[in-house]
Design a protein around this ligand. Sequence first.
Ligand code: NAD
Length: 280
Amino acid sequence: MDKIIDGKKISLEIKDELKEEIKTFKTKPGLVVIQIGDDSASSVYVKSKQKSATEVGINFLHIKYESDVTEDEIIAKIKELNNDSSINGIIVQLPIPKGLNEKRIINSIAPIKDVDGLTYENIGKLISNTTSLISCTPLGVMELLSRYNVEISKKHVVIVGRSNLVGKPLINLFLNEDATVTICHSKTDDLKKYTETADILVVAVGKKGLITADMVNEGTVIIDVGINKIDNKLYGDVDFEEVYNKVSLITPVPGGVGPMTVAMLLKNTITSYKIMNTSK
Ligand code: NAD
């Protein structure tokens, strides 16, 4: 049996589904990406979001500011977009230049349009298991597991990495599906002690080769969120070749979680569109 969780294939399926759904809408959904400064990696990510959004029929607006823009100027623009009914999703491409208050800027986005799931309101709703817009990469992880029929209830899920963007939202997403969750991080002593007891192991650290074969049990499902670019080649956090024989399913890097992140951004935009258009 093929053990690969094919995120590329699933993301294309999701985009096709969204494209068909959008065809039934009276108007086109709208997504705005605000980019501040000239970070080259950010420009690549914004282009990829633009391409995917346009492909499925979402109007895409790219607003770009120089890095000396003021916080108030950005927040004024966000408030204008909050009041624009043709806009369903607003994201601020991270990272933003130092000196700007990221939390204040993000929290000025109307929660219903916060398709990155980063406002305090949406984080609070996730923690209290109330419907909300959820951060795209963790949502992509859950979607992959669901589409590969991986059972989560009663399983022991070990998450390595406690970032606000990936590790922490995953705690609640797995708890909400009745898993027993352990979270490990840079100060965890004896990582192996935890990883080898995982039924599902999610790794989101950013360290090539962190997880080796001796650290995982036979039959584990591994989701490798890590992206490490070395000599122009991409690697995950898991030693893929080594662990492959032991695991029951595993995401490759590239082609695993990565493509799901953009697909979930589009999905969140459609979710917001549907909520905005039924609550009128
Ligand atoms: P981050 O740098 O914010 O967090 C890294 C986490 O790893 C921290 O919580 C830290 O405590 C933990 N950590 C560091 N060293 C460790 C060690 N030796 N053992 C255990 N834990 C350790 O990173 P992030 O934003 O969560 O991203 C993590 C990785 O996932 C990066 O490689 C990033 O590029 C990738 N990523 C991928 C996607 C995607 O779409 N596939 C999206 C976001 C992030």
